[in-house]
Write a protein that binds this ligand. Structure first.
Ligand code: HEM
Length: 471
């Protein structure tokens, strides 16, 4: 396919040292480096981490070229025969697989996220949210780490909606296991000096131990569902019932484990980070927070939110969308060139590693009037940036996030639910963003949990036709 984008000039990031390239600076501050290099040197860059050469593209035209127009030439970086990075944790699940396996599994999994299922999912999300909020009752007035709380809340939402089971009693252990294993995966990928998995180092042993725990949990879920013979019409049922169109065979246990763990991990970590950053942005922008609380009180009148309420909460949605712009949970999308090709006039050799810098796109001054400022209002007047790919928190092209609709319901719904009960105020001076596959608040975010005076609950709203986001 011809490269249809006007030429860009490829700039080599200065400061590479022999052998290591830019590894020293990148290892210390990956997000800061990706952003600073772009600001200083432009939209098409090349840098080196040890022996690996990376291309960083931070312009919507280049993003479209890589993820949409030439999506067949830019593949995922993982090789199922020699797993590394995220594939060490997620195996050959939807995030890490390619080719026919990916296509087949996406066909199996996609229907669970259909919009028609979202109202029922929203009720379950709200139930889980109310339970979590009820557990905060005796911590009112005290300080909580909202990032840890959102991680646990999102984890329970995914367990209940996808697997119809509660993970509440294991939640801290699971959060820990995923944090350790994802950090391991990220470091092993971005640091070529990382010691191989078979070496008996303390870190490798810890990784193996956490993975054994997660495997036990996933296989336990499968065994229990098979044993009980129960049907819940959830993701687990879809995975267990899936049959190959040609051979009639079901997914192997390993495939089931990989897909279950993938949805488990991808389905909570991103949303949890998005929610945490949103609370941070609201806490640091009191006018926006007041407007958000006003909308929530007026629309909900003291009720638990439902999917129908979301169309009446445009400001809450705008706050969430704007938070995804400033702090995209997936700040870079990673691909490998499957063949020699050209993007925006830049030649890429087969095997080149490419990063589409979502974080940079979302703050690009050519596409956003006040790129660094938190301005939820800009989502209310219907205006959008001149390029569709200047905003892509859920990715773009065939590998767009499968959980997009789910997250678009879950985010605003949980914001409204929590905002109805509590006023969250920042209880620390500085919050740092840290890139570790996703964009996390580095050491959590401490906030005081201030109960709000609730409006008296009015009778449930009469059903409203679904005309907005969920129709
Ligand atoms: C705010 C929340 C979320 C954000 C920002 C987000 C972001 C993304 C992005 C950027 C990708 C594309 C990665 C790439 O192209 O390499 C992706 C893929 C994916 N996401 Fe999400 N995600 C979110 C929530 C969810 C949820 C709730 C689920 C599941 C319940 C989920 C499951 C997945 C899966 C399985 C993929 C791989 C899809 C494929 O390659 O076919 N995500 N997500």
């Amino acid at each position: 396919m011809p490269d249809s984008v006007p030429p860009f000039t490829l700039v080599d990031v200065p400061g590479a040292v022999p052998l290591l390239g830019h590894l020293g600076a990148f290892k210390k501050q990956p997000l800061e480096m990706l952003s600073a290099w772009w600001r200083q040197h432009g939209d098409a860059l090349r840098f080196r981490l040890g022996p690996k050469t990376f291309y960083l593209f931070s312009h919507p035209d280049l993003a479209e070229e890589i993820l949409v127009k030439q999506s067949d030439r830019f593949v995922k970086v993982y090789n199922p025969r020699r797993p590394h990075g995220l594939a060490l944790v997620l195996g050959n699940g939807l995030v890490t697989s390619s080719g026919e396996i990916w296509k087949r599994h996406r066909r199996v999994i996609q229907p669970i996220f259909h919009r028609s299922r979202m109202a029922a999912m929203a009720d379950r999300m709200a139930q889980v949210g109310e339970q979590r909020v009820a557990a905060w009752k005796d911590r009112e007035g005290s300080t909580i780490d909202i990032a840890a709380e959102m991680m646990q809340l999102a984890l329970e939402v995914i367990s209940q909606t996808m697997f119809t089971t509660s993970m509440a009693q294991h939640i801290e252990r699971i959060s820990h296991a995923l944090r350790v294993s994802i950090k391991y995966a990220f470091d092993s990928f971005s640091n070529p000096l990382f010691l191989p998995l078979w070496m008996p180092t303390a870190r490798n042993r810890e990784f193996h131990s956490e993975m054994r725990f997660m495997d036990g949990l996933m296989y336990g879920l499968l065994t229990e569902r098979r044993r009980s013979g129960a049907h819940y019409d959830d993701l687990l049922d879809l995975l267990l019932q899936a049959r190959d169109e040609e051979t009639g065979e079901g997914l192997s246990d390993q495939e089931l484990r990989d897909e279950a763990l993938t949805i488990f991990a991808a389905g909570h970590e991103t949303t949890a980070n998005a929610l945490s950053w949103t609370w941070y942005l609201l806490a640091t922008h009191p006018e926006a927070k007041a407007r958000f609380h006003e909308e929530v009180d007026r629309v909900l009148q003291g009720r638990t939110p439902t999917a129908d309420d979301l169309q009446h909460l445009p400001y809450t949605r705008a706050v969430f969308d704007e938070s995804l712009r400033l702090y995209p949970p997936a700040p870079a999308v990673h691909r490998k060139a499957a063949t020699n090709t050209t993007v925006g006039g830049v030649s890429l050799p087969e095997g080149a590693f490419v990063l589409v810098g979502t974080y940079n796109l979302h703050r690009h001054p050519d596409f956003w009037p006040n790129p660094e400022q938190f301005q939820p209002e800009q989502w209310l007047n219907g205006e959008r940036p001149s390029s569709r790919y200047a905003y892509m928190p859920f990715g773009a092209g065939p590998r767009t996030c499968v959980g997009l609709h789910f997250a678009s319901v879950e985010g605003p719904l949980l914001l409204a639910l929590i905002g109805r009960h509590y006023d969250l105020n920042l209880a620390q001076d500085k919050v740092e963003a840290h890139l570790m596959v996703t964009l996390r608040p580095k050491d959590g975010i401490l906030m005081t949990l201030q109960p709000r005076k609730m409006p008296v609950a009015s009778p449930a709203r009469l059903p409203v036709p679904n005309t907005g986001e969920l129709s």
